[in-house]
Ligand binder design. Structure first.
Ligand code: SP5
Ligand code: ZN
Length: 341
C-alpha cells in the first residue's frame, strides 16, 4: 500500500506538556513519524508519496470555522501578548459553573478552544497541522481512486480534537475529516479507533449521525484519559442511535482480552454494512508505552492487521498515538504488513 508523508510534521514540536505534576518534554514528538517512515521503507510496504497541496477547506466540514481560524491565528496573538518564545499553552478552561463565551485575549481563547494542557502551539505548528490534513485527504483521494488500502502518516494526531476543541496532542481531526469526505462521496464509512485512548473527538463529531459508524477500543474512562467519554453505554443519539460502539478495557489488558474485543468491533462494522473503513491507528496499546497501561506485544500488531483485513473492506489507515518511540516503527508496520499478508 502507499504511504502519504511529508517532512512538514517536523514543524510541530511542542517543548513540553503538563503530566504527572511536572512540565515534561512532549511525548508527541517528530521522532515518532520519522521512525515509522523509516520502518515503512525498510519492510518495503510500498511507495511513499507526498500529499497533494489542496488546502484544508475540508476541515470546516467537521470543525467550527471559528476554531480553525483560532488555530491559524493563535501563535501570532500569543507572541504579541507574551513574546518570549514559549509555546502557546492553555491553563484555564470553561468548566461546569462557568460561562461559555469566547474571550478576546489569547490566554482566554486558548482555554475556550481546548480541553487540556497537552496541546502546545509553536510558531510553525499550524503549518504542520494543515499538512497533516492534506496527508489524510490525499489518502481519501487514493481510496476514491480505487486503492484497496493507504496509510496516511499524519502528525500531529487528530482523534481527540472535537468540532471546536484541541486536546490530547490533537488539533484537527484527520480521521473525522477523511470519514466525512468519503461519506459525501457516497461511501458507507465505519471508523475503527484502536488508539489506547478513547477517540472522544471523533465520537462527538458523529454521535448524532447514522451514516457514519464509530467504534473504539480503549482504556476504561473510569481509569484512563480522556476520562469523561468512552463508556459502553454511549451508543449514539437520535439518528445516530446504534452507530456508536465503545469497548473500554481495564488497565493491564493484553491480547487475550483485546483480540475478542476487536472481533466484537469488526462484527459490528460488518453488521453496519460499511463499504469503506477508516482506522485511527494508535500504537499506544503497546506494553512498553510510557503513558499507557495495556500489554500488547509487537507480534500482536500482526494479528490486529490480519483481523482488520478479514473485513474485506477498502481501508484508510490514519496515524494517531503511540509513544514507545523505539518500537513504534515495528509496531505500526506490523499492523500494515499483517493487513496485507
Ligand atoms: C493521540 C493520543 O494518544 N493522545 C494522548 C494524550 C494523553 N494525554 C494525557 C496522558 C495522561 C497519562 N497519565 C499517566 C502518566 C504516566 N507516567
Ligand atoms: Zn492515544
Amino acid at each position: 500500500m502507499k504511504t502519504i508523508y511529508t517532512d512538514d510534521h517536523r514543524l510541530h514540536h511542542a517543548a513540553c506538556e503538563l503530566i504527572g505534576g511536572k512540565m515534561m518534554p512532549a511525548f508527541e514528538c517528530p521522532q515518532r513519524a520519522d521512525i515509522v517512515l523509516s520502518r515503512v521503507r525498510q519492510v518495503g510496504l510500498g511507495p511513499v508519496i507526498a500529499p497533494t497541496r489542496m488546502g484544508i477547506s475540508a476541515a470546516a466540514k467537521v470543525h467550527d470555522p471559528k476554531f480553525v481560524g483560532f488555530l491559524e491565528s493563535a501563535w501570532a496573538l500569543w507572541d504579541a501578548e507574551h513574546g518570549d518564545g514559549s509555546d502557546a499553552l492553555p491553563m484555564t478552561w470553561p468548566a461546569r459553573s462557568l460561562r461559555q463565551i469566547e474571550p478576546e485575549t489569547i490566554d482566554g481563547k486558548l482555554g475556550f478552544f481546548s480541553f487540556d494542557a497537552g496541546c502546545g502551539l509553536t510558531k510553525t505548528s499550524f503549518t504542520a497541522i494543515a499538512s497533516g490534513v492534506e496527508v489524510a485527504m490525499t489518502g481519501v483521494d487514493l481510496m476514491l481512486a480505487g486503492e484497496k488500502a493507504a496509510f496516511s502518516l499524519c502528525r500531529p494526531p487528530g482523534h481527540h480534537a472535537t468540532s471546536d476543541q484541541m486536546g490530547g496532542y490533537c488539533y484537527l481531526n484527520n480521521a473525522a475529516i477523511a470519514a466525512q469526505v468519503l461519506t459525501e462521496a457516497g461511501r458507507r464509512v465505519a471508523i475503527l479507533d484502536v488508539d489506547y485512548h478513547h477517540g472522544n473527538g471523533t465520537q462527538a463529531i458523529f454521535y448524532h449521525r447514522g451514516d457514519v459508524f464509530f467504534t473504539s477500543l480503549h482504556g476504561h474512562p473510569t481509569q484512563e484519559y480522556p476520562y469523561f467519554l468512552g463508556y459502553d453505554d454511549e451508543t449514539g443519539a437520535g439518528e445516530g442511535e446504534g452507530a456508536n460502539l465503545n469497548l473500554p478495557l481495564r488497565w493491564g489488558s493484553a491480547w487475550d482480552a483485546y483480540g475478542p474485543a476487536l472481533d466484537v468491533a469488526c462484527d459490528a462494522i460488518a453488521k453496519f454494512g460499511a463499504d469503506m473503513l477508516v482506522v485511527s491507528l494508535g500504537l499506544d496499546t503497546f506494553e512498553q508505552d510510557p503513558i499507557s497501561k495495556f500489554k500488547l506485544k509487537s507480534d500482536d500488531y500482526l494479528r490486529m492487521g490480519e483481523r482488520i483485513a478479514k473485513l474485506g473492506l477498502p481501508t484508510l489507515f490514519i496515524f494517531e498515538g503511540g509513544y514507545a518511540v523505539e518500537a513504534l516503527g515495528v509496531n505500526t508496520a506490523n499492523v500494515l504488513v499483517g493487513f496485507e499478508s
